[in-house]
Design a protein around this ligand. Sequence first.
Ligand code: UDP
Length: 252
Amino acid sequence: MGSIGAKEVPVLLSPEGRRIDGRRLDELRALKITAGALHEADGSAYVEWGANKVMAAVYGPREVHPRHLQQNNKAIVQCRYNMAAFSVDERKRPGLDRRSQEISKVISEAFESVIFAEEYPRTSIDVYIEVLQANAGTRCAGIVAASVALADAGIPMVDLLPAVAVGKVAGEIALDLKKEEDNFGEADLPMALVPQSGRLVLLQMEGHMTAPELARALELGVRGCRSIYETMKQALRERYATGTGAEPQGAA
Ligand code: UDP
């Protein structure tokens, strides 16, 4: 370990090119998706991705609250991303802080571009994303969970929306950063991809990378999204095969 000021900096990349958890630069963390994890929502999904645990629930199309947000020609898409107070090691102040508001806004905009909102005028499609345990990449895990939950709710969409963060770690472009890599790495680039068209509908960057590094990061991220897309589709296939999602057969 080296140190910067008071913070201990872990060795992020071994001489053999292995990351802090043994992954190669182009490897994703383990991803498990359960579609239909909740009874009361119109659609839901639970995602475990590395040490991230995220639940998404969808309600709607339903009446718009507050009423003045209603649009006559289409549904509005309202996403709320929230990190539970117990989701991080230092207790987070409960409630919607500026970060959560910003993430909620960019996720709403990403989904607005894939949902056929004009099919449901004067309604709201409400998406709740609850981060139960956080280890970097939670906005992407939230998008993946929300996307499967929207499909589970039967909301018509152009496509599912896989998402992943790529970053720069110890001078190298790496797929799907975990917390230490996010904290001590040089850059973080979350993205969400519409697989059928290849369109990116969310792209944010923190930190610095060169233009060739950015090109490499996009290439790696798009490949990562396509792999995540397969896991998302599989989760939905399993949901429809059993009809019960995470619930044991016969549960009320
Ligand atoms: N984090 C935290 N407290 C906070 C916000 C973030 O501990 O109030 C951690 C958490 O593990 C999160 C990571 O920092 O996943 C990276 O946060 P970022 O804002 O980059 O968003 P994310 O990568 O989760 O989409």
